[in-house]
Design a protein around this ligand. Structure first.
Ligand code: PLP
Length: 469
């Protein structure tokens, strides 16, 4: 393939892509293939000789697309969204075409400087104080890992990287029972160890961390000679949208000199709307905040923003500067790989730049407000249905429910079965979670091109199932 072929096939690809996205509603949301179908349709060994793009592209359409779960389908109500708005897809294509690797300022000054600017735009959009700087990472998992490593290093006086963790007091990290599994993994990978992740019980409708219990846990640990290192709070937990009271948590963190990281991977995007910021009031006292524009803001995956109140702490934790990475002859520059685990960095700021300009903050706010309103309307309608029980009420539109039937007490199995049927039918896609040992179904609206009629269709599906019970 040469660059003339690229132009020809690029046009074909874009034509296919825009048609795919315009007609996506006609496809089942979740792939209906059985395990092994794609694998077995691909030859066992690579081709010895070049193949034509006609054939490769055709195989893409017939072998790959049927095995895709359509995350951009407006009736994707599963997990959390992973959006790809057109302006951001377009920018990503340009970034991919340039193929820049943006690890240092000098390896693409525009990528570094645009990233710094975009972080500042988002900071302003979310009304965070000006001391917050930041970076764009691949995923929230990476941002949380860097925050946990920073907690570790800060609590060890910046010596852990050099001398390791052996023969030291146990470090302790505190988080509520509701935090995402990426927090557990960050604790594993940092060498702190899962036994040192202290789960604090939650209270109230927002299922917030109980800060009296947090204080007690810290005291107990100090009495045992352990070293409290940091707190991880959530705004918009994955299961039910739980939100810690950041103001109360940050008071404890300040009293105890603990690093505070806030995981707002999903809910953070909603903070461009002033009316939802009460869910994270006190956020200005956090040390590190992560949110994923690829989840709800419309940016193409992958795109995770980490704001840092004092970025030098993360730099102290991660920066390394061998001779071959030094930049000679310029001053006043930032090398963003000083703040991330990976050295190599994709040019992710470009898609945010295009997206923010093409939609404007007003356009993005409207998308989020509509989603929250339509989800809440759906919740209000299905709570009236016979045989449906609401387990948790909407937090930014995320709620959980389950089917109940007088004919069975095996409610968990019943819901598992109905959910499987719904997803096999393909009109909508929903995923489960557990609320106090109950198997429940989550509903969250978040795809960029969702319309109110799509939510009405979800209502129809749920109503039909409830009527059959
Ligand atoms: C609250 C929360 N935190 C973290 C994550 C992990 O996100 P990522 O896939 O960007 O690592 C998720 C994923 O859905 C999430 O919901």
């Amino acid at each position: 393939m040469d660059w003339d072929d690229y132009e020809k096939w690029g046009k074909e690809g874009i034509k296919w892509g825009s048609n795919y996205r315009k007609t996506i509603r006609e496809l089942p949301v979740r792939s209906q293939l059985k395990p092994g179908q794609v694998f077995n349709s691909i030859p066992n060994s690579p081709p010895e000789n070049p193949e034509s793009l006609e054939i490769i592209f055709d195989d893409f359409k017939t072998k790959i697309v049927p095995g895709i779960t359509h995350w951009q389908h407006p009736r994707f109500f599963a997990y959390f969204p992973s959006n790809a708005a057109p302006a951001s897809v377009f920018a990503e294509m340009l970034a991919n075409t340039m193929g820049s690797q943006c690890m240092l300022w000098q390896t693409s000054p525009a990528a570094t400087e645009l990233e710094e600017k975009i972080i500042d735009w988002l900071r302003i959009a979310m009304n965070l104080p000006s001391e917050f700087k930041g970076i764009i990472q691949d995923t929230a998992s990476s941002a949380t890992l860097t925050a946990v490593l920073t907690m570790r290093e800060k609590s060890l006086g910046w010596t852990g990287n050099k001398t390791g963790l052996s023969n030291r007091s146990r470090l302790r990290i505190y988080a509520s029972e509701e935090v995402h599994s990426s927090i557990d993994r960050a604790i594993w990978f940092s060498g702190i160890g899962e036994d040192n992740l202290v789960r604090i019980p939650v209270y109230g409708d927002l299922r917030s961390m109980d800060t009296d219990e947090l204080r007690k846990a810290i005291q107990r640990d100090k009495e045992k000679g352990y070293v409290p290192a940091g707190v991880i709070a959530a705004t918009g937990g994955t299961s039910t949208g739980s939100c810690d009271n950041i103001s109360d948590v940050s008071d404890v963190a300040t009293e105890e000199n603990l690093y505070l990281h806030v995981d707002a991977a999903w809910a953070g995007s909603a903070m461009i709307c002033p009316e939802f910021r009460n869910l994270w009031s006190g956020i200005e006292k956090a040390d590190s905040i992560v949110f994923n524009p690829h989840k709800w803001l419309g940016a193409q995956f992958d795109c995770s923003v980490q704001f840092l109140r004092d970025a030098s702490m993360q730099k102290n934790t991660l920066s390394i500067s061998p001779e071959y990475l030094k930049t000679k002859g310029v001053t006043g520059i930032t090398n963003l790989s000083d703040y991330t685990i990976q050295l190599g960095r994709r040019f992710r700021a470009l898609k945010l730049w295009f997206l923010l300009r093409a939609e404007g903050l007003s356009g993005l706010r409207k998308v989020i407000r509509d989603h929250i309103k339509w989800s809440t309307d759906l919740h209000d309608s299905i709570k009236e249905l016979k045989n449906v029980e609401i387990l948790t009420h909407p937090i930014l539109g995320l709620f959980t429910f389950r089917f109940v039937s007088e004919k069975t007490i095996k409610t968990n199995e019943l819901n598992e079965k109905i959910l499987q049927e719904i997803n096999d039918e393909g009109t909508i896609y929903l995923t489960p979670t557990k609320v106090k040992d109950n198997y429940v179904i989550r509903f969250t609206a978040g795809t960029f091109e969702l319309k109110e009629e799509d939510v009405h269709l979800a209502y129809k599906c749920i109503k039909e199932k409830s009527e059959k019970l």
